[in-house]
Design a protein around this ligand. Sequence first.
Ligand SMILES: [Zn+2]
Ligand SMILES: [Zn+2]
Length: 69
Amino acid sequence: MRCYLCAIEGKTTEAVAICIVCGMGVCMDHLVRDEIEVWEGGYPFPSKKLKRKLPRILCKPCYAVYHEG
Ligand SMILES: [Zn+2]
Ligand SMILES: [Zn+2]
């Protein structure tokens, strides 16, 4: 899979990860690995039992949306 964001810019960079939100492939330059809260309804175990946040990989556009407000 190629990085979607690079493809838009006309580059062909191999993707190293997949955004958990939108599912597109992203290269090292376009991913954000962040410790985010477990999303409501998005995981098979109850979030209240989690003591720590889980590291997840998002693409930069999704990361920006998540951290808005
Ligand atoms: Zn890229
Ligand atoms: Zn995304």
